[in-house]
Write a protein that binds this ligand. Structure first.
Ligand SMILES: Nc1ncnc2c1ncn2[C@@H]1O[C@H](COP(=O)(O)OP(=O)(O)OP(=O)(O)O)[C@@H](O)[C@H]1O
Ligand SMILES: [Mg+2]
Length: 208
């Protein structure tokens, strides 16, 4: 029997900025429903790796495949529509828009849902991320925990097959991080594959 292609695969990923070699031949395979943790010190290249997988950082060399298709030359928007979601290390909401509207962008532009289907997706994701009560709040009025949750909600609204999480637990209290871990566990039950960067290793271990 021939093995099916992994959901998301990076092979021989190299990223250089001038003389600085940030990634030097990195291989990564993420299968359907997998949870892969990435740990490493500051400046190790973790965010750069997620950027290469998500399409926001062009690799110097190497290939990225999604379900066997070469997506190396596709930008982040096209990769998002094919199923790669990303939550950034520094949350990037549209500040002047509400929590609902921000999440709606993910459902419409990312998952390409319309009308009731988009609305239903937003509600489901906001409930999962503990944001339903804040749906009408402007994103720029949120504190760190809720901005982190919104970053996750926006990624999930795009209906990703794999979601790339960049330190969504960083800066949170233990109790707040535990709440996020519960959300991640639910994602795993839904068979969403996860690649998760986190400095706080015990948070990663709990979520696995
Ligand atoms: N656009 C860029 N131009 C030049 N150097 C960059 C650029 N982006 C990142 N770097 C450098 O690449 C290295 C890796 O950065 P990266 O942000 O991927 O690390 P990280 O592992 O995510 O770190 P942290 O744990 O602090 O988030 C660092 O030395 C950083 O200064
Ligand atoms: Mg980083």
């Amino acid at each position: 029997m021939i093995d099916a292609a992994p959901l998301l695969e990076g092979r021989g990923i190299v990223k250089r900025y001038g003389e600085l070699v940030v990634l030097d031949g990195v291989d990564v395979r993420i299968g359907e429903g997998d949870a892969v943790g990435v740990v490493g010190p500051n400046g190790a290249g973790k965010t750069t790796l997620l950027g290469v997988l998500a399409g926001s950082v062009p690799a110097t060399a190497g290939t990225v495949r999604l379900r066997g298709d070469d997506v190396t030359r596709l930008g982040p928007d096209a990769r998002c529509r094919r199923g790669i979601g990303r939550a950034h290390q520094v949350p990037r909401p549209f500040g002047g828009m509400t929590v609902f509207e921000n999440t709606f962008v993910g459902a419409s532009a990312g998952a390409r849902l319309r009308g009731r289907a988009a609305y239903a997706r937003v509600i489901e994701v906001l409930e999962l991320c503990g944001l339903a009560e804040l749906a009408n709040r402007r994103a720029d009025s949120l504190g760190l925990l809720h901005r982190k949750r919104l970053e996750l909600a926006r990624a999930l609204a795009t209906a990703p097959a794999v979601v790339l999480l960049d330190e969504i637990g960083a800066g949170l209290t233990d109790a707040e991080a535990d709440e996020l871990v519960a959300t991640i566990r639910e994602l795993r039950r839904q068979r969403v594959a996860i690649a998760w960067i986190e400095h706080i290793v015990h948070v990663l271990v709990q979520g696995a």
